[in-house]
Design a binder for this molecule. Structure first.
Ligand SMILES: NC(=O)c1ccc[n+]([C@@H]2O[C@H](COP(=O)([O-])OP(=O)(O)OC[C@H]3O[C@@H](n4cnc5c(N)ncnc54)[C@H](OP(=O)(O)O)[C@@H]3O)[C@@H](O)[C@H]2O)c1
Length: 297
């Protein structure tokens, strides 16, 4: 689900080798319209549902909280209920925005949640719904997603840098930029892991470590340092830009007010995921380099 989104597009490539994939968009399967969700599941009878669809406009969600809740919480609840009834596994994505962002270290899965925005509250409600309704789910919290398509920070910085010689970027929020491609290939690794258990005839509920995991690239940065790397890599890739890393000024969050509050600390600890499934994660800079290379083609 969410076939045209950043993660949805990347999933179609990464999951192709694992079996028959049916990618659906909002026109066919609208998370805000239960009838279309039920009709899609009924027609396709999936063994695994991967939900990359979501209401992701963080600032707009402040004025559309009901719609965000409908798509990010009520829709996933229905998916989880249906998955449970049919025996399907549900893979669902969530966000660092479920946390307040005032911890001094990366957040672990068991840390208390305290979303500061309407989007964060809707995503947390979605997490809770999935965990309540389904016994076979993987809930993957990620952060700062980028890819060569859709709306993201990499594309925004490059667009601004084409028109402006100097930029100001927030330097007191830290996190890990994570490529949609890495999210998708790790998702494929998790599905392969689960399929191996199923093929070995082991009872999935006893052997597959279902639950909530943090899935981000390794390392950390600020939006400001991230913007500087984007411009540096873009310059190396031959893009013609007015701004450069040297002309990006660091500013505090307070100097760039937005409708929705962002966590100051968006770092998510990925130890649980790496240990449970033996997956390896890329450094955040590698993903940015790949996205720039994609955009420079
Ligand atoms: N982007 C980030 O920085 C970020 C950070 C942390 C977590 N996440 C989470 O990661 C997941 C994937 O995000 P993404 O970056 O790939 O998002 P995205 O690029 O905004 O894609 C979201 C997709 O959801 C679809 N969608 C929206 N409303 C829908 C509805 N009512 N029914 C069905 N589909 C609907 C959109 O369809 P249209 O194409 O028709 O609009 C779009 O294709 C989401 O769960 C998101 O919350 C994202």
């Amino acid at each position: 689900m969410g076939k045209n989104g950043q993660v949805g597009q990347a999933l179609q490539q990464s999951l192709a080798a694992l079996g028959h994939i049916v990618a659906v968009d909002r026109q066919r399967c609208d998370l805000g319209d239960p009838q279309t969700v039920l009709a899609t599941l009924d027609a396709e009878q999936p063994d695994i549902i991967v939900n990359a669809a979501a209401y992701t406009d963080v600032d707009r969600a402040e004025t559309e909280p009901e719609l965000a809740m409908k798509i990010n919480a009520h829709g996933p609840r229905l998916l989880a209920k249906e998955a449970e009834a049919s025996g399907a596994m549900l893979i669902h994505y969530s966000t660092d925005y479920v946390f307040k962002g005032d911890k001094d270290a990366p957040y672990v899965e068991t840390d208390s949640t305290a979303p500061q925005s309407s989007y964060g509250r809707s995503k947390l409600a979605g997490e809770e719904a999935v965990a309540q309704e389904s016994s076979r789910y993987l809930l993957l919290r990620t952060s700062w997603v980028h890819s060569g398509i859709g709306k993201n920070f990499v594309k925004t910085i490059l667009r601004l840098a084409q028109n402006q010689a100097a930029l100001k970027v927030v330097a007191d929020q830290i996190g890990a930029p994570t490529s949609a491609a890495m999210i998708a290939h790790v998702t494929a690794d998790l599905i392969s892991f689960c399929q191996k258990y199923a093929m070995a005839g082991l009872l999935p509920n006893q052997k597959i470590p279902y639950g909530c995991y943090h899935l981000t690239a390794l390392g950390q940065t600020s939006w400001h340092a991230y913007a500087c790397l984007i411009l540096d890599l873009a310059r190396q890739a031959g893009m013609v830009l007015k701004a450069s890393p040297e002309t990006v000024t660091p500013i505090p969050t307070a100097a760039y007010p937005l409708p929705a509050a962002r966590p100051a600390n968006s770092r998510l600890d990925t130890t649980k995921l790496r240990h449970a499934f033996g997956v390896s994660l890329d450094q955040w800079q590698d993903g940015v380099q790949q996205t720039i290379a994609q955009l420079a083609r």
